[in-house]
Design a protein around this ligand. Structure first.
Ligand code: IMP
Ligand code: MG
Length: 178
């Protein structure tokens, strides 16, 4: 892994896939311990969740269903605080155990909105699992149930996360060079 440049910004190698995968295995096992006797629905938040969802599913050993929704809150490298729903889930989750899968929780704006949207669908239970969490940027009281890795308040790309649409296809995570 070496330094890379995306749209004129430099990024340095930060979290290798092996470490990402270990964090995901942990989350998958914790969720399975809790939902062994149920068929949970995993709802991925597009686009950032693509790689996380894929590797999470490969490591989740029980019966489950998946669905996706799409929101938007980010422009460039800072949160706009204005969360919009772009694509809703096409299935009913009423009475179901739902786990939201997020690539990263930053300010928490998106998370609070997601929580509101899913609660309105009368789910039986709702948990939130995020691969990455920025505790120093988080501004909400809502508890994040499952966290893969906590990271400093610095912009990251790769493994599904983008900088202005680019970098999602990097297999590892990179941190902005300051
Ligand atoms: P929040 O609403 O501020 O918590 O931001 C949540 C969303 O912003 C995430 O789902 C990501 O799509 C995006 N985001 C937050 N931090 C980063 C980052 O460091 N790199 C890339 N995207 C990020
Ligand atoms: Mg996202």
């Amino acid at each position: 892994m070496k330094e890379i440049e995306i749209n004129g910004k430099k990024f340095i190698p930060y979290i290798a896939f092996e470490e990402i995968e270990n964090a995901i295995i942990n989350i998958a096992n914790q969720i399975h311990d809790e939902y062994k006797d149920e068929v949970p629905v995993f709802i991925g938040v597009l686009n950032g969740v693509v790689m996380f969802m894929s590797d999470f599913l490969k490591n989740y050993p029980g019966p489950c269903e998946i669905s996706f929704l799409k929101l938007a809150s980010y422009e460039g490298t800072s949160s706009t605080g204005n969360v919009k729903i772009q694509m809703d889930i096409p299935i009913s989750v009423e009475g179901r155990h739902v786990v939201i899968l997020e690539d990263i929780v930053d300010t928490g704006n998106t998370l609070v909105e997601l929580h509101r949207i899913l609660k309105e669908k009368n789910v039986k239970s709702l948990k939130i699992a995020t691969l990455l969490f920025k505790p120093d940027a988080y501004k909400k009281d809502l508890e994040v149930d499952l966290i893969g890795l906590s990271i400093p308040d610095k912009f990251v790309v790769g493994y599904g996360l983008d900088y202005d649409g680019f970098g999602r296809n990097l297999p590892d995570i990179y941190q902005i060079k300051s």
